[in-house]
Design a protein around this ligand. Structure first.
Ligand SMILES: Cc1cc2nc3c(=O)[nH]c(=O)nc-3n(C[C@H](O)[C@H](O)[C@H](O)COP(=O)(O)O)c2cc1C
Length: 209
């Protein structure tokens, strides 16, 4: 049995292009792999612990083996819980809208909790950074109002480049991607057609994923 985590990063639910395509993947995955467990984290409705001064103090106290206060320990445990939950999965599906050329702030918040030395990466004196979340695979569905696959828009793509960089950084290198760009195009029919075609591609990917 494998465990698949579906990370929803659009708050638009019914109207979301990335969720529509990722949902098609997840529904097909459920049919192709009925023995597997699928869980969902919607970063907009999940209560994420703050990652602020006291938590960062807790992090450094604990990482440096210094005495942490009971309050620091508790706040760090909440971060550890997020990391343990994420790393317990074998496969990931991310639905990621582009917001201001990057990713929605709630997904960034989640990533800031997840990416911690000694947990999801380590620093090797010879090799440099080494990702610790290995042997996993991911599908990322990107949506953006405009087009960023060719210059000059390409330079402004801090969405797919960032997600790819972060996943690679923590050790997830087997990554499939589907990009639904130009969602704000005035030709609604053509947009829906492209969305449906990507949903079909997503369903096909689900079989061998
Ligand atoms: C806060 C916000 C910021 C956005 N910034 C961008 C942007 O920088 N570039 C872009 O092409 N589209 C931008 N969009 C449009 C979204 O990328 C587009 O609506 C996309 O379909 C969102 O994904 P979703 O449909 O899965 O929610 C923005 C939308 C919102 C709500």
């Amino acid at each position: 049995m494998h465990k698949l985590l579906y990370m929803m990063a659009s708050p638009r639910i019914e109207r979301s292009y990335s969720l529509h395509i990722a949902n098609a993947f997840v529904d097909a995955y459920r049919q192709y792999h009925p023995q597997d467990r699928i869980e969902t984290i919607n970063v907009f409705t999940t209560d994420l612990p703050s990652f602020d001064g006291p938590v960062i103090n807790a992090k450094y106290a604990i990482l440096h083996g210094q005495n942490a206060t009971p309050q620091e320990k508790t706040s760090w445990q909440a971060v550890e819980k997020i990391i343990e939950e994420f790393t317990s999965f074998d496969k990931y599906v991310f639905a990621v809208p582009m917001w201001n050329f990057g990713i929605p702030y709630r997904l960034k918040h989640y990533i800031d909790l997840l990416v911690q030395p000694g947990y999801t990466f380590r620093v090797d004196p010879e090799k440099g950074y080494v990702g610790l979340v290995t042997g996993k695979k991911a599908l990322v569905v990107y949506a953006s109002g405009g087009q960023y696959t060719t210059p000059p828009g390409q330079d402004l793509d801090y969405q797919s480049r960032y997600i790819r960089a972060i996943l690679n950084f923590i050790g997830i290198t087997d990554i499939k991607e589907l990009t639904m760009d130009d969602t704000l195009n005035a030709d609604r029919n053509a947009t829906v057609e492209r969305r449906n075609s990507l949903a079909d591609q997503a369903r096909m990917l689900a079989k061998e994923f």
